[in-house]
Design a protein around this ligand. Structure first.
Ligand code: PMP
Length: 404
């Protein structure tokens, strides 16, 4: 059988729909974030990155780099095993204690990515709690969807951020069935924020456990970077808070926090935790320093907010529509995959600006967009340059102004 022909058939379909994923080959420039070198067929040149999830530039913070270097010298490059079999290092335990403290919880558990933490935790909870029903926000991330699917628990999808719909669905489930309400705080593509307090109110009314993904919020919201749940003083009411070390904290890895029993339960039963090599201790050490820094320092968060507000104001001044939201994510809606890619190519080729086109299935068809994530390290000049490029392209490409 010609397997390549089978693969190419589906790849060609993606290409003709404009949904094929092209990578930009970047070389991050240490200490110069958000600048990077772009390797393309016609050579290498410097670009400004406008779509990084290293939201605060912590991936190149001198303290975090030093912590990783020191830990590599001390512990080597890898963990050398799964957490159960030789892979649990002192640095992992220090990191878990730091995370539990960040969220005011009894315990924390780290995973090799945020994706794995969601997948492993939801699949374990849903499969091991008898008669469990998982109520999942319609906008939840693929890692939560896949975890729920793998658990084989009954899944009920509630309309995105619609608490009345959630309540109706909770009320229809027998009282003695364990229920988990799973949702995010900041939704990554629209940048909208969940009505967390109202969700907690109805979840508590029906005795449901609450599971929040704060991947796009940890480090950036709350006085200590504990996420939107910290900012709103609600963390103590949430059963499980999940986060990543790979975005605002600038490293890689994921985690959950909650009660000691909950973390021990996931630790004991989750195959995605048990049967995989532990994070390199040096990553754990660097992540801990990044978290500890952002617990104290308001500098990065304040700088990010300032630059987000500046970008929005300058887009408004030029009549370039962006989706309104209360977060740091600035989506500029295009609504067509081919045009979105064309604009991104123009920005890269003619302006040395890199923003990845966001297409289906990451977002629904017809809502293709450019998603900008200003950091405290984007200068005022970077912002002015980006907006002048978009202004020119908007006219050149006759983009119909749309806001979803
Ligand atoms: N949850 C959400 C909401 C995400 O957007 C992502 C990744 N973009 C993840 C989880 C996975 O996190 P990680 O990148 O650490 O695997």
């Amino acid at each position: 059988m010609d397997f390549d022909a089978l693969f190419n058939e589906q790849l060609d379909a993606l290409k003709s729909d404009g949904n094929y994923r092209y990578f930009a080959e970047l070389e991050r420039k240490c200490g110069k974030f958000p600048k990077a070198a772009n390797h393309a067929d016609d050579g290498v040149r410097d670009v400004t990155v406008w779509c990084s999830n290293d939201y605060l530039g912590m991936g190149q913070h001198p303290k975090v780099i030093d912590a990783m270097k020191e830990a590599v010298e001390r512990t080597g490059t890898g963990a050398g095993g799964t957490r159960n079999i030789s892979g649990t290092n002192h640095d992992h335990l220090l990191l878990e204690a730091e995370l539990a403290d960040l969220h005011g919880k009894e315990a924390a558990l780290i995973f090799t990515s945020g994706y794995v933490s969601n997948w492993a935790s939801l699949s374990t909870l849903g499969s091991r709690l008898e008669n469990c029903v998982i109520l999942s926000d319609a906008g939840n991330h693929a890692s939560m969807i896949e975890g729920i699917r793998h658990s084989k628990a009954k899944k009920v999808i509630w309309r995105h951020n619609d608490v009345a719909d959630l309540e109706e669905k909770l009320a229809a489930i027998p009282a003695d069935h364990p229920k988990i309400v799973a949702f995010e705080s900041v939704y990554s593509m629209d940048g909208d924020i969940a009505p967390i307090e109202a969700i907690l109110d109805v979840a508590e009314k029906y005795g449901a456990m609450t599971y929040i993904d704060e991947v796009h919020a940890v480090g950036m919201y709350g006085k200590r970077g504990g996420g939107v749940s910290e900012e709103l003083g609600l963390a103590h009411r949430i059963t499980l808070i999940e986060g990543t070390l790979g975005k605002a904290f600038g490293c890689v890895g994921g985690y959950i926090t909650g009660s000691a029993a909950l973390c021990d339960f996931i630790r004991s039963f989750a195959s995605g935790f048990i049967f995989t090599t532990a994070l390199p201790p040096a990553v754990a050490a660097a992540a801990r320093v990044s978290i500890a820094h952002l617990k104290e320092s308001q500098f990065e968060r304040a700088g990010q907010r300032r630059q987000v507000a500046k970008l929005r104001a300058m887009l408004d001044a030029q009549g370039i529509p962006h989706m309104p939201n209360d977060s740091h994510i600035v989506p500029v809606m295009i609504g067509d995959p081919v045009k979105t890619k064309m604009l991104a190519d123009y920005l890269m080729d003619e302006w040395n600006i890199y923003v990845q086109p966001i297409n289906y299935p990451t977002v629904p068809k017809g809502t293709e967009r450019l998603r900008f994530t200003p950091s405290p390290l984007h200068t005022d000049e970077d912002i002015a340059y980006l907006v002048s490029a978009l202004t020119v392209l908007w006219k050149q490409c006759a983009i119909a102004h749309q806001v979803a």
